[in-house]
Write a protein that binds this ligand. Structure first.
Ligand code: PEP
Ligand code: MN
Length: 342
């Protein structure tokens, strides 16, 4: 619910409205939109205050029912927000490509991949050090050693690092090495983890759960933002459907729907959606065309021998070709993608 104050509302009346809401235990967010002051009320009890608020001095009108995720909603924050990592702006005019292996395996592997993706125009380096695997017998990642390698390749390439954190007790550790913390699909509703990444200052890349609705994704983002961290980007990575021809089904409509519902940047991961490297460039093109603010893609120097997700990892050459293709699409939708080096 949003309380719109009259343009000539006095400071005294404004304070009266705020005090009334607080006295009744309501949480609120005040935003200035053009000439208008909007007071957003959070929580289901908010509706009970509507009748009284409507008659208070200085109140112009009460608008609709609040979405259950007020802080990430467009209603409360009409301007698109940007996630900042150094001089990178995720959610600005440039479509940010984040690329690297599924898992960090060895120094040489990460270093080769990092250099190639950087020179092809990637702006962030991805790579998992803590891997959430379906089987306990699958490769689980190098842990802190993998973080050290990511930080070393950041030094070599200048690319900031995004890497997954799987447990609340690891947030400090991962935050010491990474520039952005990834919450994986399997952890989208790990509420303690969400609160923990919300209580620290590294930006968060929040992936959509395998079977989660967009509303659930937005509620998960609300956990992070309401814990104090507004730097969140959402990631559509394909969802479970009856279709088995692809690993998951890329919900491309999620991009414009999320853009309508939230001010947060939206990233697409075509790799986990496709499960097949030949399909990845097609999905990446459609993501950029649909308005994605970034593309998160898996790349490997020797995908056939990758320790995880080799089938969906682009080769180094394949990555460069995909970049050429999505660069053209970006121009067609008034965006840009960083040019290759040299
Ligand atoms: C990953 O990015 O390697 C990963 C595990 O992704 P997801 O959580 O989307 O499956
Ligand atoms: Mn992967």
């Amino acid at each position: 619910m949003i309380v719109v104050l009259a343009p000539d509302c006095s400071l005294k009346d404004k304070a009266g409205v705020v005090r009334f809401i607080e006295r009744h235990g309501g949480r609120l967010i005040v935003s200035e939109i053009g000439q208008e002051t909007h007071i957003g009320l959070i929580g289901t009890e908010a509706q009970a205050l509507a009748a009284d608020l409507e008659t208070m001095p200085g109140v112009a009108e009460i608008l609709g029912v609040a979405p259950p995720y007020p802080q990430v909603s467009r209603e409360y924050h009409p301007e698109s927000s940007e996630v900042r990592i150094g001089d990178l702006h995720i959610g600005g005019p440039e479509v940010i490509v984040m690329a690297g292996p599924c898992s960090v395996e060895r120094e040489e592997q990460l270093s080769i991949i990092g250099r190639v993706v950087a020179s092809a125009g990637a702006r962030m380096l991805r790579g998992g050090a803590f891997k959430p695997r379906s089987s306990p017998y699958s490769y689980q990642g190098l842990g802190e050693e993998g973080l050290v390698l990511l930080a070393a390749v950041r030094e070599q390439t200048g690319l900031p690092v995004v890497t997954e954190v799987v447990a609340p007790e690891d947030v400090d550790l991962v935050g010491r090495y990474a520039d952005m913390l990834q919450i994986g699909a399997r952890n989208m509703q790990n509420f303690r983890l969400l609160s923990e990444v919300g209580a620290q200052s590294r930006p968060v890349l929040l992936k959509r759960g395998l079977s989660s609705t967009l509303e659930e994704l937005l509620l998960a983002a609300e956990y992070v933002v309401s814990a104090g961290n507004p730097q969140v980007a959402l990631c559509e990575r394909g969802i479970r459907t009856f279709e088995t021809a692809t690993r998951n089904t890329l919900d491309i409509a999620a991009v414009p729907v999320l853009k309508r519902k939230t001010h947060l940047p939206v990233i697409v991961d075509p790799s986990h959606a496709a499960g097949d490297r030949e399909l990845v460039p097609h999905l990446a093109r459609s993501a950029v065309a649909a308005g994605a603010d970034g593309v998160l893609v898996e790349v490997h120097n020797d995908p056939d021998n990758a320790l995880s997700d080799g089938a969906q990892s682009l080769t180094l050459d394949g990555f460069s070709s995909m970049m050429d293709e999505i660069r053209q699409v970006a121009v067609a939708v008034d965006r840009s993608i960083a040019a290759p080096a040299g």
